[in-house]
Design a protein around this ligand. Structure first.
Ligand code: TRP
Ligand code: SF4
Length: 462
């Protein structure tokens, strides 16, 4: 089967394991034990996959700088699916990440045909207010793509490294695809790489928490990160001695930059015409000469080989920046499962009963929960005998994704359901009450957020 991922048509992903094989997304399980205090979505396996999340875990552990980045297309109502992404942004922010949130008005303009005015209204009234109400801290940056010069400039630069064949291979773009849609794709890649620009502190690990439908953007951006870089660092092996070393390759006409690299990396370093071989780094000398911002990161490992790599990466980043080049680290990502629609099937913005908006009247929200499809049986007798199916129950899903913070309570409910001692009425009652409380509280916080908007760094379209 060919699992197609398309960011612009809600693809129905039925078998997540395919994503591992076909697209090289790694299972989240394998990295979960290393995460200091995993959030609810991680613990409950709502987040099922990742790319390169190890670099983020390490930054969280060592206190090295890292970022979380995400974007929202201002296309309609902000709902529980967006809450899931916002919660993850905020969690990373609490774990020490500098946070970047882009409102993708270029995407909404080109794909949905929305006016700038409409993008701004939806961007603020729906997304930004909820993001702040959920706990986004004012030191993060929020921007509308079309108001952000650095993103627009970077998008244009990235465009040099993207051609039409690649876009049609990744996104299925055709001869009829309009140019602005393509530009919006480059803009999204720029969103993701922006945190690594010099003005934001230079190269660093960046994580983008998304649903699997957004993975094409990550594949494109990770490829672009490498193509944009001034140097490539490769691990080589000496065929005679079997010793491993690092080779730093520059693009044409970067002689001075290579010389500068040689000057700054103490140890056994050989300079050639178009590359540099780093056979050994004098770690102590480097640390002495550079009592460094990244000292902690560099020394987080006791393995000399790893320390060497980190030093080379650091120097390469500095020199690239000084010579007007880039040293992007390919962005990391995490992937979460989608919630199903409250009536079963998919959530759809054209069917308001299938989802709960964060701006739904709390009473209406509670009613939607009560009308939702469960995994229970047709009759009570049957359910007592056979038990229910929590894994096919949208009420259970609401509790799992959003409403119950306590893992133990959730597991008990699951157990009671399966064994037939719990009936759907009591779950619906509980979930409806919790939903009412959540929406009421969230909406109060949204109103407070409206008053506090000017405490935040927000770049609007001029
Ligand atoms: N394409 C995303 C959406 O449809 C929005 C988006 C824009 C985004 N820029 C991003 C997502 C950067 C992740 C990272 O909602
Ligand atoms: Fe869902 Fe609860 Fe009914 Fe089980 S008892 S199917 S968890 S609503």
């Amino acid at each position: 089967m060919n699992t197609k991922l398309d960011p612009w048509s809600s693809s129905d992903i039925t078998d997540y394991s395919k994503l591992f094989e076909e697209f090289g997304i790694s299972p989240f399980d394998e990295i979960l034990p290393e995460i200091p205090s995993p959030n609810m979505y991680m613990r409950r396996k709502v987040i099922f996959g990742h790319r390169d999340y190890g670099q983020i875990v390490e930054a969280m552990r060592t206190g090295a700088p890292f970022s979380v980045m995400d974007g929202f297309m201002p296309s309609g109502k902000v709902h529980l699916g967006h809450k899931m992404v916002m919660d993850q942004i905020i969690w990373h922010q609490q774990m020490g990440a500098s946070a970047f949130v882009g409102i993708a008005d270029r995407e909404a303009f080109s794909v949905r045909g929305f006016s700038w005015q409409k993008c701004r209204e939806i961007g603020v009234d729906e997304y930004i207010l909820s993001l702040i109400a959920l706990g986004f801290k004012p030191d993060g940056l929020i921007y509308f793509q079309s108001g952000c010069e650095s993103v627009k400039d970077l998008a244009f630069e990235l465009g040099v490294k993207v051609n039409f064949s690649e876009l049609s291979a990744i996104y299925g773009f055709s001869r009829e695809t309009n140019l602005s849609h393509m530009i919006s794709v480059a803009t999204q890649a720029a969103d993701i790489l922006q945190p690594q620009l010099e003005e934001f502190g230079g190269p660093k690990p960046v994580v983008v928490p998304v649903g699997p439908d957004q993975d094409p953007h990550l594949r494109l951006t990770r490829g672009l990160a490498g193509k944009m870089n001034m140097f490539r660092i490769e691990e080589r092996e000496d065929t005679k001695t079997g010793r491993r070393y690092l080779s730093v390759r520059g693009k044409a006409a970067q002689k001075e930059a290579l010389q500068e690299l040689k000057k700054r990396i103490p140890g056994n370093v050989k300079l050639y015409e178009a590359h540099l071989d780093v056979l050994e780094v004098s770690i102590n000398q480097y640390l002495d000469e550079n009592n460094k911002k990244n000292y902690k990161k560099i020394c987080s490992s006791s393995n000399p080989q790893e320390i060497t790599t980190k030093i080379v990466e650091e120097v390469v980043g500095e020199v690239a920046a000084e010579f007007g080049g880039y040293a992007f680290i390919p962005p990391a990502s995490t992937y979460h499962r989608f919630m199903s629609g409250l009536q079963g099937g998919k959530m759809s913005s054209s069917a308001p009963d299938s989802y709960i908006a964060l701006t739904d009247d709390p009473k209406e929200g509670a009613k939607k929960v009560k009308r939702a499809k469960t995994g229970g049986c047709v009759t009570l007798e049957e359910q007592k005998k056979l038990g229910g199916k929590p894994d096919e129950c949208s009420v259970f899903e609401l509790m799992l994704f959003h409403l119950l913070g306590d893992d133990k309570e959730l597991l008990e409910i699951r157990q009671e359901c399966i064994s037939g001692t719990r009936m759907c009425g009591s779950c619906k009652q509980l979930a409806a009450e919790k939903m009412y409380e959540f929406l009421k509280d969230h909406q109060e916080k949204r109103e407070l957020a409206r008053e506090r908007l000017d405490e935040y760094k927000i770049i609007y379209k001029k």
